[in-house]
Design a protein around this ligand. Structure first.
Ligand SMILES: [Zn+2]
Length: 192
């Protein structure tokens, strides 16, 4: 029981109290359900990789989006996390490629540009095949800081740098934006 609580409390957002409650709950669950959950977690960890092109989650070295020849390979949309990529992908309004930063610049949390996948983004842009980079970081202080940093970095290169428009500037995180908000944000993107 103690080991179970200790392991669960290592997950983000789970303190010892919650871990103890979850452990009690696991004890009340059917054995086969707990076994299925444990197997699923193991399979998930073993089979999901980071796509070496976009940095998103994938079951293969390169994810289906990066491999898809029908996608517009001249546009890259930059997001903080894979969950943002999924949210945008679900709307079906975007047909270009993605780049996942793996977070955002956050001095308070000790996250600087070097902790994010920024170098590979710049390299991709330098390759010459990209004509537009759409910045789709979230509309909070750290997200905005990250967007400004990237815009400065890309200034002077030959690509157009744009940012998602209004709807999202009102404070909606990408993860929670509805389809219409997302469509407006993508279509109304403005140059930086
Ligand atoms: Zn990919």
């Amino acid at each position: 029981m103690e080991d179970c609580i200790t392991d669960l409390s290592r997950l983000p957002g789970i303190g010892r109290k919650t871990a103890a409650r979850l452990s009690m709950h696991l004890l009340k669950m059917k054995k086969e359900d707990v076994r299925r959950l444990a197997n699923r977690l193991t399979l998930f960890r073993e089979n999901i990789l980071i796509c070496k092109e976009c940095g998103g989650l994938s079951e293969e070295e390169v994810c289906p989006i990066c491999k898809d020849p029908k996608r517009d390979r001249h546009t890259i949309l930059v997001v903080e996390e894979t969950k943002d990529l999924f949210a945008i992908e679900q709307t079906g309004y975007y047909n270009g490629l993605y780049h996942v930063l793996g977070g955002k610049i956050s001095p308070l949390d000790g996250v600087g540009p070097d902790n994010l996948h920024i170098k590979d983004l710049i390299e991709k842009v330098k390759s010459g095949e990209i004509s537009e980079v759409i910045l789709a970081t979230n509309p909070d202080v750290d997200g905005e800081t990250t967007a400004v940093y990237l815009a400065k970095l890309l200034k002077g290169s030959s690509v157009a740098v744009t940012k998602l428009a209004s709807g999202l500037a009102l404070g909606t995180h990408i993860e929670y934006a509805d389809e219409l908000t997302m469509l407006r944000a993508i279509e109304g993107r403005r140059g930086l």
